[in-house]
Write a protein that binds this ligand. Structure first.
Ligand code: ATR
Length: 472
């Protein structure tokens, strides 16, 4: 009887849920689907999912009863309260050992809470990041599961068949306990914010200083992508050559310069601050989006202060820009991997960072040629201090940092904001500075708050009675 039942269910028939269901169906899996608004389910099974191994269900009870045991149910609903609501509604129909997989962009602390609550009820939970956008969901995403390991073993074959495939294996692995999957997805998105911003700043330099047309820029990014083999750069050169149907203009020129965000970038930055980790390139990218969104204020202020965008740069500048983008992109990955390394220890995730890089090799939004050397670097040394000093990237840094420096220093004179490019350089310069001015900060803290300081010449904690000097 159970044999006739379906292998897995997807709840939430927005485009990601639909595409994931279609992907699974195309792998020979029998899939049940459900959506709160039932017309969506009906339309989906009658149109896109027709003859594709997919069964529409119209109540959660019907959905649960359509599945083999232990039931395997993937939630692809809006992150936040909807996830709790759906779990709550599902629970009366589930048995012990059944498996819930949350495939949305849930905040990792919510995932920890849900894991604990469900664990007490005997339900197995996998907080699972899924990256790849609509296309990835349909043709093979990168899947980042964490939580109940025995549940992973039950769904391993399904997830492996669904994920993007590379010569190093399918882009999925069991990452670790609790919220490790959603944490890794959060940091993936933080890196994504940074790479998008770095490309956008490079585009801004090309249009405002080098006066290039979108068509010219598209050609340049296409050529540079031979080095990056990056999905984000690939979509950039495709966007830049795209014409708006209505006006015939390059579409990028008719799109408003004001970007939104859903939270994963911000969460990465917030958590990095809590863990005392510096991720300035990612941080700058999050801030850049925030600043972009206050368009009215920017217009008012921009009317008062004009910026000097005219510059004379020689031909070689475009090559410096190429190197600047290349090396700052590696810095974005370096910051993200560092955050994962520290979070893994702090939260007990026990992440294998080379495996994280491996499952990002394809399917996900930050896939690029850099993931293979990152994978190698962490395989050789899981405790690598920073990717910047890995054998894989050391010579790139020696060669290309001077060009990042050249770009940042020239472009600052043009008054063009390049927060992520300059933060990437500051990160590198900060990390490679044997001497920083924090001696003075220590003294200031001790002066106004008696916070004490350490000395270079002997061990211990010291305090100076500064106020006496002050009063003289
Ligand atoms: P979109 O991606 O289309 O903008 P969304 O609002 O993010 O949609 O919601 C994604 C999915 O979560 C949808 O399937 C939505 O169901 P509806 O089609 O009925 O809106 C589902 N969803 C959102 N809130 C939900 C809730 N409280 N309970 C159940 N499903 C919910």
């Amino acid at each position: 009887m159970d044999q006739q039942k379906n292998d897995i269910a997807v709840i939430g028939m927005a485009v990601m849920g639909q595409n994931l269901a279609l992907n699974m169906g195309s792998k020979g899996l029998k899939v049940s689907v459900y959506n709160r608004t039932s017309e969506k389910t009906k339309r989906f099974v009658e149109e896109r999912a027709k003859n594709k191994n997919i069964q529409g269900t119209y109540s959660l009870e019907e959905l649960v009863n359509s599945l083999k045991t232990p039931r395997k149910i993937i939630l692809m609903v809006k992150a936040g309260k909807p996830v709790d609501d759906v779990i709550e509604e599902l629970l009366p129909y589930l048995n012990k050992e059944d498996i819930i997989i949350d495939g949305g962009n849930s905040y990792y602390k919510d995932t920890d809470r849900r894991y604990e609550e469900l664990h007490k009820k005997g339900i197995r939970f996998l907080g699972t990041g899924i990256s790849g956008g609509e296309y990835g969901a349909l043709h093979g995403p990168s899947i980042m599961p964490g939580g109940d390991e025995s549940a992973y073993e039950e769904v391993k074959n399904i997830l492996e068949a669904t994920a993007a495939q590379t010569e190093d294996g399918p882009c999925v692995t069991y990452l670790g306990p609790k919220s490790s999957g959603h944490y890794v997805k959060m940091v993936h998105n933080g890196i994504e914010y940074a790479i998008m911003e770095l490309i956008a700043e490079t585009y801004d330099i090309m249009r405002k200083v080098l006066k290039m047309t979108p068509q010219d820029m598209s050609k340049v990014f296409k050529e540079w992508n031979e080095d990056h083999k990056s999905y984000l750069m690939e979509i950039t050169y495709k966007i830049l050559e795209w014409k708006d149907e209505e006006t015939g203009q390059p579409i990028v020129d008719v799109i408003l310069d004001s970007a939104k965000q859903k939270g994963t970038g911000k969460w990465s930055v917030q958590d990095a601050l809590d863990l005392n980790i510096s991720i300035p390139t990612i941080n700058a990218a999050v801030n850049a989006r925030t600043l972009s969104s206050i368009k009215d204020e920017r217009i008012r202020i921009g009317e008062i202060y004009e910026t000097p965008t005219e510059m004379n740069l020689d031909e070689s500048f475009i090559n410096s820009l190429r190197d600047a983008l290349y090396i700052s992109t590696i810095i974005a990955y370096a910051e993200g991997m560092k955050l994962l390394q520290v979070a893994s220890k702090e939260y007990g995730y026990n992440l294998d960072l080379s495996e994280v890089a491996r499952i990002w090799e394809d399917g996900c939004i930050i896939r690029s040629t850099f993931l293979k050397p990152i994978q190698r670097a962490f395989k050789k040394d899981p405790n690598l201090v920073n990717l910047i000093i890995s054998d894989e990237f050391k010579s790139d840094f020696k060669k290309k940092i001077p060009n990042l420096r050249e770009v940042v220093s020239q472009i600052k004179k043009a008054g063009i904001p390049i927060p992520s490019l300059s933060s990437a350089l500051d990160y590198f310069d900060g990390l490679s500075s044997k001497e920083l001015p924090a001696n003075l900060i220590q003294a200031q803290r001790d002066y106004f708050g008696a916070h004490t300081y350490e000395r270079r010449d002997k061990e211990g904690i010291f305090h100076t009675e500064w106020q006496d000097i002050h009063n003289i």
